[in-house]
Write a protein that binds this ligand. Structure first.
Ligand code: HSE
Length: 436
């Protein structure tokens, strides 16, 4: 059978990894795919570098439009990123009848519904294993491996940069700003790390996973997004004293009223496997009603780990290219006419446990006032930690862990606690998940 022809848009870190792994493992991949997969054309603004990387083995152009309009190209790999030109090119490729492989989580989380609709109308595939958790085959697992299950919840460490920063903060007792600087010097964090540290990148990935887990359209605009920039070294220390680690988690949960979709720093029991995922590694915990908890671990970024996911998509498309569209795996795991309108819940309605830290006067009655406020709002206390005031000090920190309650109850309690004369400054609130 003649080779399937691929056009690559962008030959940076992931693009060059894809080129190299495809070449190195060509025989093995062809035996799996049933025909050979050939990168026939590469578009990159740095043509010189692209030519060097591809050793003259394929055509190199600086205009990506030439790739998406080339009638010889069967599959377009989009590795440009962002939602500007990348979106135009993906839509043009689809309009020209090409299958698309993309690692672009921002594009899918924000414009996925439009892209999948166009692809369905044209009968082409859009594959995106590399968009979530790099080399971990989590899309395949959710969309196919767990297809028997009603997925109940997903919790993932899906941003390596922030996991590296949190690991360093815990290991070295440093504050966020100091570790970020170090991460940038080491090349882990981008020069503009906003999407990573503010939780946006993780929210894109959580949005995509929620969509295929619960059969709902992409709804990034409804996700709660909170990063790690305000996290203090003292909270990591106190959490540890109580037996918890703090991780930036992308969480989605199915409840009777709707779907919870949120990214925020989260306390998790230190004995959970996922609590021990350190450095830039990723891990995703998925709970299905039949299978129970399953855990997926690996590299969430990098040249060849991400290429591994891109090539898995190329092989899938190669195998299914001649199949009727209705015999293919649906884009969002559920048939497009069977998507659910289950709402994404506002944060006030989510249910979880909480870590509260407050700075208080060390005198009789303070704790009684705080616990009365919590009791009046039916918030039950799970654990408490009061620190000895420092030498000569009359103020101290109190840390309270609560049982599960609605977010709106905690918000109301904090408002009242902050009004007490004996409580100084703002109350720090972090969410806690048992993940059991
Ligand atoms: N910036 C991401 C991370 C990798 O730090 O995990 C690409 O998704």
């Amino acid at each position: 059978m003649k080779p399937i022809k691929v056009g690559l848009l962008g030959i940076g870190t992931v693009g060059s990894g894809t080129f190299n792994v495809l070449k190195r493992n060509q025989l093995e991949i062809t035996r799996r795919a049933g025909r050979s997969i050939e990168i026939a054309m590469v578009a990159d603004l740095n043509v010189e570098r692209a030519r060097e990387l591809t050793n003259g083995e394929c055509e190199v152009v600086n205009d990506a439009n030439l790739v998406v309009s080339n009638p010889d190209i069967d599959i377009v790999i989009e590795l440009i990123g962002g939602y500007g030109i990348a979106k135009d090119l993906v839509m043009k490729a689809i309009a020209n009848g090409k299958h698309v492989v993309t690692a672009n989580k921002a594009l899918l989380a924000t414009h996925g519904n439009e892209i999948f609709k166009a692809a369905e109308e044209k009968g082409v595939m859009v594959a995106f294993e590399a968009a979530v958790a790099g080399g971990i085959p989590i899309i395949k697992a959710l969309r196919e491996g767990l297809t028997a299950n009603r997925i109940q919840w997903i919790a993932g460490i899906i941003n390596g940069t922030t996991n590296f920063i949190l690991s360093e903060m815990r290991d070295k007792g440093l504050d966020f700003a100091a570790v970020l600087k170090q991460a940038q010097e080491l090349g882990y964090a981008e020069a503009d790390p906003t999407f990573d540290i503010e939780g946006v990148d993780a929210a894109h990935k959580a949005t995509i996973m929620a969509s295929i887990a619960y059969g709902i359209p992409m709804q990034f605009d409804k996700a709660h997004v909170e990063g790690i920039t305000k996290l203090q070294a003292s909270d990591i220390r106190y959490a540890e004293e109580l037996g918890y680690r703090i991780k930036l988690l992308g969480i989605s949960k199915r409840t009777e009223d709707g779907i919870e979709l949120r990214v925020h720093p989260t306390l998790i029991p230190e004995k959970r496997l996922i609590a021990n995922v350190e450095g830039a590694m990723n891990a995703v915990l998925v709970h299905g009603d039949a299978v129970g908890a399953t855990l997926y671990y690996g590299k969430g970024a990098g040249s060849e780990p991400t290429a591994s996911a891109v090539i898995a998509d190329l092989v899938d498309i190669t195998r299914l290219a001649t199949a009727d569209p209705e015999h293919r795996v649906p884009y969002l795991a559920f048939q497009s006419n069977s998507l659910s309108d289950l709402p994404v819940l506002p944060m006030a309605e989510i249910v979880t446990s909480y870590y509260l830290r407050m700075h208080v006067a060390d005198k009789p009655g303070v704790l009684a006032d705080v616990t009365r406020i919590l009791a009046d709002l039916t918030i039950s206390i799970d654990a408490m930690l009061q620190k000895e005031p420092a030498e000569g000090e009359t103020q101290t920190d109190i840390i309270i862990l609560t049982h599960q309650t609605k977010e709106k109850n905690i918000v109301a309690a904090i408002e009242k606690i902050e009004k007490l004369d004996s409580v100084f400054g703002a109350v720090t609130k972090l969410r806690l998940e048992e993940l059991s």
